[in-house]
Design a protein around this ligand. Structure first.
Ligand SMILES: *Cc1c(COP(=O)(O)O)cnc(C)c1O
Length: 375
């Protein structure tokens, strides 16, 4: 099965991980700090703080930013639930902003959602395509709002040559197994703000600071959200290969773009020439005529070896959110969910694989055109 996304682990990754397993430290050794320094160098942010997942990183970022009871957070509904979950658990209220056909938050609709309770804007770089960050920074600055970017898809993406991670107050990355690079499970916050970096480290590890000898002091509430040494070593090794991973994914994406250029039955995500996408996902947006047979299309693609997936059900459509905040329906986000399929595009694929994906997709989509609903 050709998967919509998949890790690439090589002998060098295995070697560095084995080295850690034979070393003195499996936790709280030098590797996490090394990985953090590698991440800061790569993204161009001053500080990087590693966590055991992006969910933990989001939680820590929201918490040290002072987000709490009654704060309103403007965010994208087309994301993994953790983006909203982690501030909702702190008592904040999600104000979902509609998206555009590329799956990113519609920057032109943010300002009208701002109220005196608004505390932060949390955009998500869908599929690795950077959001309209310059515009969003301007809105955040004008209204004195925090900007926390969920860039779980976008490690290595850039805008005008500047990497995602160097723009927002805090930016979150995920190193889950199938994200742009992997540490198995893992995540990080990058920031240029020293106070945030300090607070994130405390939050990650019991709120404790070392004094002399055996003495330590717990100065604030904290958890154990630490990354292991094994994971961090894998992260540093993977990061060295990220440019190559992204180049491969972009070669496949460019081939798809060319094959699908005149296609009438679906759209693809356009990447502007001054931006680079990590191409974590390659989403297609089906024509509304194909909403109905989407289940059949999805099933047949899987039967023919394409490990497709749908990203995402709008967060507000989950029963937890309906119960807590009532029904929400944003027109483009709703349609996006009916239309989207992520097709295989990952660094383990050959160009022959890419050709098979394109051929099969075109064949299946055209077969179901005008067939209507079967359920
Ligand atoms: C994967 C993902 C997360 C959660 O990442 P984990 O590392 O699995 O906790 C959060 N937000 C987005 C947009 C994601 O894709």
């Amino acid at each position: 099965m050709l998967s919509y996304s998949r890790q690439l682990i090589d002998e060098e990754d295995i070697r560095v991980v084995s080295e850690v397993l034979r070393s003195d430290f499996l936790a709280q050794g030098p590797r996490v700090a090394e990985f953090e320094s590698d991440l800061a160098d790569y993204t161009g942010a001053k500080y990087a703080v590693a966590f055991n997942s992006a969910t933990s990183a989001l939680r820590a970022a929201y918490s040290v930013a002072g987000i709490g009871e009654g704060d309103a957070i403007i965010t994208s509904p087309i994301s993994f639930v953790a983006t909203s979950n982690m501030f909702v658990d702190l008592g904040a209220i999600p104000i979902w902003c509609d998206v555009k056909l590329d799956g990113n938050i519609n920057e032109n609709q943010i300002e009208k959602l701002i109220t005196p309770n608004t505390k932060a804007i949390v955009p998500v770089d869908f599929a690795g395509k950077p959001v309209e960050i310059e515009c969003i920074i301007e809105i955040a600055a004008k209204h004195n709002l925090l900007l926390i970017q969920d860039a779980s898809h976008a490690l290595g993406s850039s805008v005008k040559g500047k990497k995602v991670g160097s723009f927002a107050d805090m930016t979150i990355f995920s190193f889950h197994a199938i994200k742009p690079i992997t540490t198995g499970e893992g995540g990080a916050v990058v920031t240029n703000n020293e106070e945030y970096a300090k607070a994130l480290r405390l939050y990650r590890s019991h709120g404790m600071v070392k004094k002399q000898l055996w003495n330590s002091d717990m100065v604030s509430m904290g958890y154990n959200l630490r990354m292991t040494e094994v994971a961090a070593a894998l992260g540093s090794s993977q990061l060295k290969k990220l440019e190559r991973f992204i180049d491969t994914r972009n070669e496949i994406a460019a081939y798809f773009d060319a094959r699908f250029e005149s296609e009438k039955l679906f759209l693809t995500q356009k990447i502007e020439s001054n931006t680079r996408s990590s191409r974590h996902l390659y989403p297609i947006i089906l024509n509304p005529e194909l909403h109905c047979p989407k289940e059949d299309i999805f099933t047949e693609l899987q039967e023919r070896g394409l490990g497709v997936q749908v990203h995402y059900k709008p967060i507000y459509q989950n029963s937890f959110y309906i119960q807590k905040f009532g029904r929400v329906a944003l027109p483009v986000a709703n349609d996006f969910y009916l239309s989207e399929i992520s097709i295989p595009c990952n660094q383990t694929m050959s160009m022959d694989d890419a050709k098979y994906v394109a051929d099969t997709l075109l064949d299946v989509v055209h077969k179901y055109n005008h067939r209507g609903c079967s359920f």
